[in-house]
Design a protein around this ligand. Structure first.
Ligand code: NAD
Length: 311
């Protein structure tokens, strides 16, 4: 099904497997763009908590989905690594990243892909067209951080300096990336060296949960950035994190986490259908969905305040 022509009238049944995913914006993103492309396309949420099934059963769930006529499934936390042992074939990038976020049923075979890193790479290209990626500091070396590091190195970053409050995570990611990109300089940063490294970098990627509503604050002070340095955040709820707001106020090019989120959906849709979606149209739709979410949250908070005042 990949990179091939989609038969006229082809219908797609696609899903997302993960935990606590009821509020995912992936279904409306896929369905709206597929509609624009004239495809018959349905996207369902398969939330393990609602299904009452443990993550370890993901292999069985995939087999059932195939029998039920699904074309493909996106995979998210906590199944991205579990699926590695379930698929028949692994696309090279998924094998390198040891993480799968898309399984496509290609004939008799289940094929695992990783489109998270593609989403980040495509966001860099579209969102920071003038930027240099030669020397980059990355803070956060978990799941999202593995995808961003791989994307940076694939995109030509020569010196990548990794920082994480959990030093074993930084060391593990550095070791994996060094084995994949032996000619690049990939260092682990001690906390004491972080500020100096940021001041010398062409840009900083932030890949920790800081800046989300339940993790307020910034992982570093944007005043440390070199004059023309850029900053990229993976957090997308909210889209404008405190880090990006402060960096933009200082005049730095800033890339929000929406680019990566939409980019991975766009790449998934392309692999599933063989048709190239309109990435900018998907961006606009995603931003409208997030804005509606943020408005509803603000209205809810305002109602709560009125209620507390007895209004
Ligand atoms: P994770 O738990 O796998 O990794 C987070 C890492 O950040 C951990 O290694 C942790 O030790 C480190 N960390 C936490 N606070 C830190 C701090 N103050 N300084 C340094 N390191 C710190 O989580 P994840 O799946 O990588 O997700 C991280 C964020 O990325 C979340 O906000 C998530 O919503 C977002 N995300 C965005 C996209 C996207 O498409 N834009 C995709 C995946 C995840």
């Amino acid at each position: 099904m990949t990179d091939g022509a989609t038969a006229p009238g082809a219908a797609f049944l696609v899903g997302l497997i993960g935990e606590g995913i009821a509020a995912s914006l992936t279904p409306p993103m896929h369905e709206a763009e597929a509609r624009e492309l004239g495809l018959e396309y349905e996207y369902r949420i398969l939330d393990l908590i609602e299904l009452g099934r443990p993550a370890a059963e993901v292999g069985g769930i995939l087999a059932e989905a195939r029998s039920a006529g699904f074309s493909a499934l996106n995979i998210t936390h906590p199944c991205k690594q579990l699926v590695l042992d379930v698929v028949d074939d692994l696309h090279t990038d998924a094998a390198h990243l040891r993480a799968v976020n898309l399984v496509v049923f290609e004939g008799e075979r289940m094929v695992g892909y990783n489109t998270d890193w593609m989403g980040f790479r495509d966001g860099l290209i579209a969102g920071l067209p003038e930027a240099s990626f030669r020397r980059v500091v990355q803070i956060g070396c978990g799941g999202a951080g593995a995808a961003t590091a791989y994307a940076l190195l694939t995109h030509g970053t020569e010196q990548l300096e990794l920082s994480d409050s959990d030093e074993t995570r930084a060391a593990d990611l550095a070791a994996r990336m060094r084995s994949l990109f032996p000619s690049r300089r990939i260092h682990i940063l001690e906390q004491t060296d972080l500020a100096g490294a940021i001041s010398l970098a062409n840009g900083v990627v932030h890949a920790t949960p800081m800046g989300m509503l339940n993790h307020p604050g910034v992982a570093f002070d944007p005043a440390l950035l070199a004059e023309d340095a850029w900053v990229s955040d993976v957090v997308y709820r909210p889209l404008e994190t405190e880090l990006l707001r402060r960096a933009a106020a200082l005049g730095h090019p800033a890339l929000d986490g929406g680019r990566m989120a939409v980019g991975q959906a766009c790449a998934s849709l392309r692999i599933i259908t063989g048709i190239s979606p309109d990435g900018e149209r998907m961006q606009r739709h995603f931003r409208a969905l997030i804005a509606a979410e943020e408005r509803a949250e603000a209205e809810g908070a305002s109602r709560e305040r009125s209620h507390d005042r007895g209004a």
